[in-house]
Design a binder for this molecule. Structure first.
Ligand SMILES: Nc1ncnc2c1ncn2[C@@H]1O[C@H](COP(=O)(O)OP(=O)(O)OP(=O)(O)O)[C@@H](O)[C@H]1O
Length: 295
């Protein structure tokens, strides 16, 4: 149950275009990983490799020591939640649940019906008639109720409204507490989902630029506020970003390893030190020469 999922020196090419280069990752269980990256950086491709939806151009994908691709004995242990368009799907919500359960040894039917009730899903209706939010809720429901040792979730949250997302975040943590397993989540909604992550992986231009426990990451920068002259003097040897100046007061993001000594000295100067959000760190690490960065 607790064997790791591994990508070993994996390359992916579509035609001759290189999408992922020499990716080596090990996912331990039980943990919740946040797989982050800007648009088109290869998050879905990584999840598809782990779900055996595709084979790498080079390298190995292993569950424990067993190759994963088209391995019929391993497939029921992995559940991949991704956005599916139910536009032409006439099955009812209940049929979808029963169908998913048929292939999943750990599927909990009572829990699935409980979630459906909490989400106001009309299970006797054809899923073709579901709104996008309700379709996404059903897809997540199947992922949670599958209780698969490995659950991969690819960016279905944005289709749901805020209360529904909050409900699922809480439910995910609750599940991890009661039935610990490996979850890997790809999400652009960093601010609202960062509290879920034990580890954060950032993918940028074909490579992994960061793979670290969440609590390490948020010690890689701080938000510093105080009189502009003091802040400037104090941070001159550090990379900074996101300066905001108002009536002589400056707030700036400071990057680098932030030691206790740094914090003590800043506070002695009367500067206010706050933690940096994962979103700010992500934005800084993946900054591009594109128009999003322009003021
Ligand atoms: N079947 C395909 N053929 C050719 N290129 C593809 C194919 N599927 C994906 N790509 C390309 O591979 C790259 C990675 O795509 P992927 O969907 O994995 O990125 P992503 O990080 O999940 O993106 P997003 O956050 O925008 O959903 C993109 O440049 C995409 O255009």
């Amino acid at each position: 149950m607790s064997r790791p999922l591994k990508l070993d020196q994996v390359d992916v090419k579509y035609d001759r275009e290189e999408i992922l280069r020499q990716i080596t990752l090990q996912f331990e269980s039980p943990r919740i990983y946040g797989l982050l990256g800007r648009d088109g950086m290869g998050k879905t491709t990584i999840l598809e490799l782990l779900a055996s939806f595709q084979k790498p151009s080079r390298g190995k994908v292993l569950y424990g020591e067993e190759p994963l691709f088209e391995n019929a004995s391993l497939m029921p242990l992995i559940y991949f939640v991704y956005w599916e368009d139910y536009h032409d799907d006439y099955q009812t919500g209940e049929k979808k649940i029963r169908e998913a359960a048929a292939y999943r040894p750990y599927f909990d039917m009572d829990y699935a019906f409980h979630l459906a009730d909490r989400m106001n899903l009309q299970l006797s209706r054809s899923v073709k008639k579901y709104s996008r939010g309700k379709a996404a809720a059903l897809q997540l429901l199947l992922g949670l109720a599958s209780r698969a040792p490995v659950t991969l979730i690819d960016e279905v949250f944005p289709n749901m409204d805020a209360p529904a997302r909050e409900f699922f975040y809480a439910e995910l943590l609750n599940e991890q507490n009661k039935h610990p397993r490996l979850f890997i989540l790809s999400s652009h909604l960093i601010s609202e989902s960062e509290h879920l992550f034990d580890d954060v992986i950032i993918l940028h231009h074909k490579e992994i630029i960061l793979n670290t426990p969440y609590h390490h990451l948020v010690s890689q920068g701080v938000l510093l506020t105080g009189p502009a002259v003091e802040v400037e003097a104090f941070t001159q040897d550090y990379p900074t970003a996101g300066e905001k100046l108002s009536a002589g007061t400056m707030t700036v993001e400071v990057y680098g390893t932030i030691t206790d000594d740094f914090i003590k000295k800043a506070e002695e100067k009367g500067l206010q030190v706050q933690s940096l959000s994962l979103q700010k760190i992500f934005t800084q690490l993946t900054r591009e020469e594109d128009k999003y960065g322009e003021k």
